[in-house]
Structures are given as structure tokens and as C-alpha cells.
Design a protein around this ligand. Structure first.
Ligand code: BES
Ligand code: MN
Ligand code: ZN
Length: 498
């Protein structure tokens, strides 16, 4: 995709399509006012006749409007005029995206960016526009044979700006957005690929591919012999039921000399059958998405490397499958984690924490400035928060605020759940230092408490993305979340946002 900014009026701008907005009270937006003047009141007429309502989500595409240079005019409803803010703006852009997706439009110029939008600026408006349209155009075709659904042909997005002084910010916003869209597409592809293709080795190959494309990235992939030498018996206990080899992936990006790194750890279970504590059959296919944490952190690495941010970032991914077999871990088995703590595996389906605890222990060697693990960890999280918000759990309210604020800015939201010592009771074992489950009550929280046993002294947060990483039902597919939130987090830490 190409981007440009323009100060020319909506009527005089040459383009495949100009996008203009009308509010629900009939008030014309900036671009609509310009087109209205050039077309002898065509837009006002449409409003008067009731063909254009201005309702959020509504749209009308018109070709060959007299007095207008562009081939088409797309009129979108902006909703309520008073207090026009980011969520409404994004909804309008999503409407644009859904029209563009099914059109033959090659290049568009959006005039929505010159509206008065509360609490934001030219950088974020450009970013939202490109992110919303770019991510809506995503299409997964890898595993379909025969006639492919064709991707929309859009090649160029133009952004109207009020004055030349906004150009730099808008261009930077578009550039960042494109990197984030590409990151989201990578995360979506990894999620959507079937578990017989997206294996632990495939995740490792993807990391190595990113490494080859970026000078500042160094990647190491450890095999099972090395994983064993390191004493990661908790990780190994999860992979013991499968014949696919486990991989431990470490990617390091150096963009800030000797600064302490931000460390992101991603759960990379490429298929979670539950192990001996087998899951019920219905919907089990969706457990191919159990590597979405890994996909998100690898994708965030791709974003950071692409934008050459001034930050040090380390990504750690323990990757394996969780299958039942004669060699699989049994409920009741006790294993020794890399930290030395022993764990009684009461349920082999609580495997995410078993691979993450060793990855967190391993990550100590990087002396992280901050460490965040990202995981499709618990069904309980989906019960608690539904599918709209990622759960954040940390013992640092400051870090929680930083993460939720990044989520708000990126419109990829998170919500804090507590963790505290009261919950630790639930993880007591009569036979080991810890049990790997804490019962039904507060399941997302006790999972985080389990992990916090391995993060002592580190500035750590846990993101449970079980509800947000993919959609089920007719729209089944990976969402690419929380790549926007993680990208925002590192962009802010790298001071890359104007
Ligand atoms: N990958 C699942 C969590 C999950 C389930 C995410 C459904 C999204 C939808 C995880 O490994 C798991 O199985 N967790 C168990 C934990 C329980 C045994 C304590 C769960 O949530 O049921
Ligand atoms: Mn599981
Ligand atoms: Zn799992």
C-alpha cells in the first residue's frame, strides 16, 4: 500500500474515490461541504431526500458526480455531531473499509481526517485510518484450492490534512500503521494456518525468516536436547505426548545499545488437545489458535524491526503441542521446573502455564526492564471479560496502567484483573511446591498467580488473550490482537510517537 497526504479540496482531488462524511443531524463534514459547493448542492439534496442519513454505519457510493474530479464519491455516516470522538471516527472508517473491500477502487482519499475529532491528533487519525482499512482487507487463502476469493485491488490511500504542518505527523502515522497491519497479517496467518502446517518448527522458521530480513535481529532456536540441558522439565512435560519436536525460540532486536530490553514471552501451543485431561471434541479445532500469544510477540518483533525503533526487544517463545499418548504426562505426575520448584500436574490441560514458567525463568538472563507474557491461557478469562478485552494481570499498578493506556490509544483494549496473595491458597499441593490448577473460582487469576511464582523481582505483567485472539462461528478467524496494543506499548517506550 502507498500513502500520501493532500491539502487539495475534495471536489478538485483526482482519485478513484473521495470519502466524505455527513453527521446524523444533517450537518455536512468538511469534505462534504466542499463537494456540495462544487456540485450545486448535490449532497444537501441527498440529505434532504433522506438518501443520506448520516447514521453511523451508513454509506452511499456515487459515481461520476458533476463538478467532482474523482471517479466516485463515498458518503459515510459519522453519527452524532456533538462530541465526535475516536470510537465514532473508527466506526466511520470501518464502514469505508467494508465498502472498499467489495469494490474495484484502486485509490482513495479520505476527508474524514480533517474533521474535528476529540482527544486525538493527525498522527493517530492517520494511523487509525490505515490500520482499519488495511486490516479489513486481510484475506486468508493459503489453504483453499481452486478459485480464490480475490483481494480488494486498493493500492493507495490518501489522507486529507487541514494544513501542511500536519503532513509529517500523518505520514508517520500511516507508516506506523502499515507496519502494524503487516504484523497483524502475520499474526493472523500464523493463527489461521492449520496445526499440521503451523507446527513448532514452522514458528521457528517464521522467526528465522524475520531474522534474515532484518540486520538488527538475532534469532536462536533451541531443540529438545538443549531444552533438557537447561532443565526445562515443566516445558518438556507438555510436549511428551507428541512426536513433533518442541522448539524454544529466542529473538533479539538491538536498537538501543546496552539498554535493558523489553521482553515479550508468547505461549506457542500449536495444538492443545488437553493431553490426558482430554478436551471435549466439539470446537477442539479452535485449539490451533493456542499459539496466538507466540504469533503476537513474533509479529511485534516484525513491527519493531521494520520501523527500526530505538529500543531493545527480546521475544521468547516456547513452542510445542499438547497431545494425549502413551508417553504423555499423567495427572498426578510431579515435575521439576527450570527454577527448581516442583509442580504437581493435576490437569494436563493447564499446560500453558507449564511452558511459560520455564520461559519466564529462562528470561531472567536478559535482566528485563519489563517482561510481559502473552497467552491464550484460560477459558475462565473468556467467562470473566468476554471477547472484547484482553485481561492484564500484574503486581504493578503502574505497569497495568501503562498497558491499558496503550490499549486505549491503539483501540485494542485491555482490562485489569487483580492478582494478590489471597489467591495463592488455591495452588497449594500436598506433594509438590505448587499445583498447576487452582479450581474453578477465579481461574484466570489463579493462572496468573501460578506464573507470578516464577517472576519474583521482575517488572512483569501477564496478558490473557483467550477471548480476544480469534473469533468463532461464521466469522471464525484470527483477529491479530493484541499486536496493535503491544506495538503501541513499544512505540511509546521507544518515544517514536510525536
Ligand atoms: N488453551 C486453553 C485455554 C482456552 C480455552 C482458551 C478455551 C480459549 C478457549 C488452556 O490451555 C486450557 O485448556 N486451560 C484450561 C485450564 C483449566 C484446566 C484450569 C481451561 O481454561 O479450561
Ligand atoms: Mn489446555
Ligand atoms: Zn492451552
Amino acid at each position: 500500500m502507498e500513502f500520501f497526504t493532500t491539502t487539495s479540496s475534495a471536489s478538485r482531488r483526482a482519485a478513484g474515490c473521495v470519502v466524505i462524511g455527513v453527521y446524523a443531524n444533517g450537518k455536512l463534514g468538511v469534505g462534504a461541504t466542499e463537494v456540495d459547493a462544487a456540485s450545486q448542492g448535490a449532497i444537501s439534496k441527498l440529505v434532504k431526500q433522506g438518501d443520506v442519513s448520516g447514521r453511523a454505519g451508513s454509506s452511499l457510493l456515487i459515481a461520476g458526480m458533476s463538478g467532482v474530479r474523482a471517479q466516485r464519491v463515498l458518503i459515510v455516516g459519522l453519527g452524532k455531531a456533538s462530541g465526535f470522538a475516536v470510537p465514532q471516527f473508527r466506526k466511520a472508517v470501518a464502514t469505508v473499509a467494508s465498502v472498499i473491500k467489495d469494490s474495484k477502487i484502486l485509490d482513495m482519499v479520505s476527508y474524514l481526517n480533517v474533521e474535528e475529532v476529540a482527544d486525538t491528533d493527525a498522527y493517530y487519525l492517520a494511523r487509525y485510518t490505515v490500520e482499519t482499512i488495511g486490516s479489513a482487507l486481510y484475506l486468508f487463502t493459503e489453504t483453499k484450492s481452486g478459485k480464490q476469493p480475490r483481494a480488494a485491488p486498493l493500492k493507495k490511500i490518501g489522507l486529507a490534512i487541514a494544513s501542511r504542518s500536519a503532513a509529517k505527523k500523518a505520514e508517520l502515522g500511516a507508516e506506523h500503521a502499515q507496519a502494524i497491519v503487516d504484523g497483524m497479517s502475520l499474526a493472523k496467518d500464523l493463527g489461521n494456518l492449520p496445526p499440521n502446517i503451523c507446527t513448532p518448527a514452522y514458528l521457528a522458521k517464521t522467526a528465522q525468516h524475520i531474522d534474515r530480513q532484518n540486520k538488527k535481529v538475532t534469532t536462536k532456536v533451541l531443540g529438545e536436547a538443549e531444552i533438557k540441558r537447561l532443565g526445562m522439565h515443566s516445558f518438556l512435560s507438555v510436549t511428551s505426548g507428541t512426536t513433533l519436536p518442541a522448539k524454544f525460540i529466542i529473538m533479539q532486536y538491538n536498537g538501543a545499545g546496552r539498554d535493558k530490553p523489553v521482553v515479550l514471552v508468547g505461549k506457542g501451543i500449536t495444538f492443545d488437545a488437553g493431553g490426558i485431561s482430554l478436551k471435549p471434541g466439539s470446537g477442539m479445532d479452535e485449539m490451533k489458535y493456542d499459539m496466538c500469544g507466540a504469533a503476537a510477540v513474533i509479529a511485534t518483533m516484525a513491527v519493531v524491526a521494520k520501523l527500526k525503533l530505538s529500543i531493545n526487544l527480546t521475544v521468547v517463545v516456547p513452542a510445542c503441542e499438547n497431545l494425549p499418548s502413551g508417553t504423555a504426562t499423567r495427572p498426578g505426575d510431579i515435575i521439576t521446573s527450570m527454577s527448581g520448584k516442583t509442580i504437581e500436574v493435576l490437569n494436563t490441560d493447564a499446560e500453558g502455564r507449564l511452558i511459560l514458567c520455564d520461559a519466564l525463568t529462562y528470561s531472567r538472563r536478559f535482566k528485563p526492564e519489563v517482561i510481559i507474557d502473552v497467552a491464550t491461557l484460560t477459558g475462565a478469562c473468556v467467562i470473566a471479560l468476554g471477547r472484547h478485552r484482553t485481561a492484564v494481570m500484574t503486581r504493578s499498578d503502574k505497569l497495568a496502567n501503562e498497558i491499558t493506556s496503550a490499549g486505549i490509544a491503539a483501540d485494542d483494549r485491555a482490562w485489569q484483573l487483580p492478582i494478590s496473595d489471597e489467591y495463592d491458597q488455591q495452588l497449594k499441593s500436598n506433594f509438590a511446591d505448587l499445583a498447576n490448577i487452582g479450581g474453578r473460582d477465579g481461574g484466570a487469576i489463579t493462572a496468573a498467580c501460578f506464573l507470578s511464582n516464577f517472576t519474583e523481582g521482575m517488572n512483569w505483567a501477564h496478558l490473557d488473550i483467550a477471548g480476544t485472539a480469534w473469533l468463532s462461528g461464521a466469522r471464525k478467524g484470527s483477529t491479530g490482537r493484541p499486536v496493535p496494543m503491544l506495538s503501541e506499548f513499544v512505540l511509546q517506550r521507544a518515544r517514536a510517537i510525536p
